[in-house]
Design a protein around this ligand. Structure first.
Ligand SMILES: Nc1ncnc2c1ncn2[C@@H]1O[C@H](COP(=O)(O)OP(=O)(O)OP(=O)(O)O)[C@@H](O)[C@H]1O
Length: 359
């Protein structure tokens, strides 16, 4: 907790709603604020921006934006905010919209180069366009570039893709990944989309009814057995690794991670050597006491039972397993778990029905 570059504590009440959070966030990468509609994600982001008054404290890279006695107004906080709907100046070209953002910062304090922002967000061919002639996704890319050109210490994004159609969402994700990997500044990103979080986040803050129910590095936190989202259909873990080889005949690709390897359906966008994230849902992982090769599931891994939580909902048991250093979750009926007599420390085989590349 002490190594966090951003410390935030807020307490804020509306009729029927109480936000009460204590956060320790890293100074780089994307932190996802994740939770169902109404859990308080936007309110928390607005508290960080100084747009919502709350009691509490906020320190960003040692700079106190709010203490028990002081409150920096939003215009004195070095932050940028990207909303669901973009607010570009309609009478200015893309290029002029971008320089407008950049000019707010004296030249010697600019941390982001104009050409870098244009390249990261793929805007070179759009610089002379007027906003009215941009697609929704392009407009959002311009809004993001304009935001980072103000050289903020913190970038806040509130569901930046939610106003876009599915195709435009998919198109913009690689740009956000590029920002995540190139920008030194931390991004706090509100989302209720599991797939966006799986693809983009390094760190996650899970929220429920105004409270933080789990927070930490993405992979580690998703693999916890005790957070409330573990009951949902799309609960599962994320594994980072590398594509190792292709099996052209069967259209499969071998994905290597710390703990073993898995076969994935081949994807033309990825070549051997490329890094990738995969998602394995708890409902797609079953457990066997021995290595059964006489069945249809191709992906078998040796693993050790780590934790068991019986009856997370009636008749359902969740098991956390370690394959090397990589955790997996398996959701099974409590009857199966009892029949297998699982115990922490036991060596078993996990059978993975489906492995999805996160894209
Ligand atoms: N200014 C306000 N006055 C009164 N209640 C508010 C105000 N702003 C938010 N709320 C309430 O606070 C709760 C949290 O809202 P918030 O918008 O932060 O949730 P959220 O997690 O961002 O939701 P969504 O994903 O739907 O945007 C909701 O019950 C909302 O109705």
């Amino acid at each position: 907790m002490t190594s966090a570059n951003i410390r935030a504590r807020f307490d804020c009440r509306f009729p029927g709603f109480h936000l009460n959070v204590d956060l320790a966030l890293p100074g780089t990468g994307i932190t996802a604020l994740f939770g169902h509609s109404g859990c308080g994600k936007t309110t928390l982001l607005r508290c960080m921006a100084g747009l919502q008054q709350a009691t509490g404290e906020l320190t960003v890279f040692g700079d106190a934006w709010q203490t028990a006695h002081t409150f920096k107004p939003v215009h004195r906080r070095p932050l940028a905010y990207v909303f669901q709907e973009t607010h570009l100046f309609p009478h200015l070209s893309v290029s002029k919209n971008l320089t407008f953002g950049q000019r707010r910062v004296p030249a010697n304090q600019r941390k982001i180069d104009f050409d870098d922002a244009v390249a990261w967000l793929g805007l070179a061919h759009l610089l002379d366009r007027m906003p009215a002639r941009l697609s929704g996704g392009e407009r959002q890319r311009v809004a993001i570039a304009r935001a980072i050109l103000t050289s903020p210490n913190l970038l806040l994004m509130d569901e930046p893709l939610s106003a876009l159609d599915q195709g435009s969402k998919q198109d913009i994700l690689p740009y956000l990944e590029r920002l995540r990997d190139h920008l030194a500044m931390p991004i706090v990103y509100v989302s209720h989309s599991t797939s966006e979080v799986a693809r983009l986040a390094n760190h996650i803050v899970m929220m429920d009814q105004g409270k933080v129910v789990a927070q930490g590095p993405l992979q580690e936190t998703l693999a916890r057995i005790d957070h409330p989202f573990r009951l949902e259909e799309d609960a599962g873990i994320i594994v980072e690794g590398r594509l190792e080889e292709l099996d052209e005949h069967w259209h499969l690709a071998r994905f290597r991670f710390d703990g073993g390897s898995l076969w994935l359906r081949q994807d033309e966008k990825l070549q051997p050597g490329d890094t990738a994230r995969i998602q394995v849902l708890a409902k797609d992982v079953s457990i066997a006491l021995s290595e059964h090769r006489d069945q249809s599931i191709q992906n078998l891994l040796e693993a050790r039972v780590d934790q068991i939580e019986t009856d997370i909902s009636p008749g359902t048991t969740l098991v956390r397993l370690m394959s090397g250093e990589t955790p997996f979750l398996s959701r099974l009926t409590s009857r199966s778990a009892a029949q297998l007599a699982l115990e922490p420390g036991q060596q078993v085989w996990i059978q993975i029905k489906s492995v999805a590349l996160v894209e």
